[in-house]
Design a protein around this ligand. Structure first.
Ligand code: TK8
Length: 337
């Protein structure tokens, strides 16, 4: 027996045999975790939250109960970020663009035409660059767990088809509450109107704004086709979502609990990206069927937009973002090779 034991230890088998004992003795308390998000329950965001809810239950033997709150019912992205910082809410998922008031560096992801495809984005967000930015949230009371895909953003409006950038002239275009977006769309000749996502549908319905920009999955799940006639495939920015936890709350968890949350977050990320990418393939046909008039911007026109947006890029660089932008571009070119 003694011999067997030492053989097991030596070969590392002991760990495997002892593992089930350890699992049942894990330090997990029954907890209710409020997880807020801005989109509807039936959206890609909602489906991934549901996945996370179920996965957390599985991993914790039902002890870590996550409750999803859709449709910004716990508040807009910015309100939820503050609730997490204060410890009044445990978790959320939302745009990185609205984090710029907390960690300015996130604005680098709002610069247009950086990523060519989702694979480049995955590598950068999951790699050292994305992780470094997420880690900057720790000092601010937030834990950035994983990035999900929101997706490439496209333009919609109720006035006219946008075939060239001049067609944006005078269009009141809702943007996220973020200076890069405001500069970019004012630079394109639109009137950028910063507004939270939770106010967007009504703003379009009442004519407070004429248009907005979001991935096709969101245009579908938030029923923007009911109030927007024209969709322009521009893919001007690749937009991530970030899953956040309240640092104050997270620090009070046991190591076992934190491990479960971290692992479930990674699993939700993989689920979400796959699911969103599949869903987005159906969206264009769906939106056409709902009566939207859809056009794609030509490469020549996209080239002109890249030129026009240079002042916004330069402003970001001059504002202290030059090194960060260089570093990000370096990371992207590594993946591109
Ligand atoms: C949802 C938002 C949304 C974002 C936006 O809460 O605000 O336009 O794209 O996904 O985070």
């Amino acid at each position: 027996m003694k011999l067997l034991r030492s053989v097991l230890l030596a070969t590392g088998l002991a760990a495997a045999i002892l593992a089930p004992v350890a699992a049942s003795a894990q330090d997990i308390k029954p907890r209710l975790i409020r997880f807020g998000y801005g989109l509807s329950e039936s959206s890609n965001q909602g489906r991934a939250v549901k996945f996370f809810v179920e996965d957390m239950a599985k991993r914790s033997g039902g002890k870590l109960k996550v409750k999803g709150f859709a449709d910004a019912s716990l508040g807009s992205d910015i309100q939820m970020q503050n609730a997490l910082i204060g410890g009044a809410q445990e978790m959320m998922v939302g745009s990185t663009a609205t984090l710029v008031g907390i960690v300015k560096d996130f604005a680098v992801f709002d610069l247009p035409f950086l990523f060519n495809n989702e694979q480049e984005a995955d590598a950068v967000f999951d790699g050292p660059f994305g992780q470094k930015l997420a880690a900057k949230l720790n000092d601010k009371g937030l834990v950035g767990l994983v990035y999900w895909e929101n997706g490439f953003r496209n333009l919609t409006n109720s006035k006219r088809p946008v075939e060239k950038v001049e067609d944006l002239k005078g269009i009141k275009l809702r943007v996220m509450q973020n200076p890069v977006y405001i500069d970019m769309f004012n630079g394109f000749g639109a009137n950028a109107v910063p507004l939270s996502f939770s106010e967007l549908f009504t703003a379009m319905e009442t004519g407070t704004v004429d248009g907005q920009e979001n991935p096709v999955t969101t245009i579908q799940s938030s029923k923007f086709y009911e109030v927007q006639k024209y969709l322009t495939i521009s893919k001007h920015v690749y937009s991530p979502w970030i899953v956040l936890a309240s640092k104050r709350w997270y620090d009070g968890l046991s190591a076992d609990e934190r491990k479960i949350i971290n692992e479930a977050a990674v699993a939700s990320r993989d689920f979400e990206r796959k699911d969103s990418r599949e869903a987005s393939k159906q969206s264009i046909a769906y939106l056409k069927d709902k009566g939207m008039q859809i056009n794609e911007l030509s490469d020549a026109e996209l080239g002109r937009m890249r030129e026009m947006v240079k002042p916004a890029m330069d402003k970001f660089a001059a504002d202290g973002g030059a090194d960060l932008l260089n570093e990000l571009q370096g990371e992207i070119s590594k993946v591109r090779k």
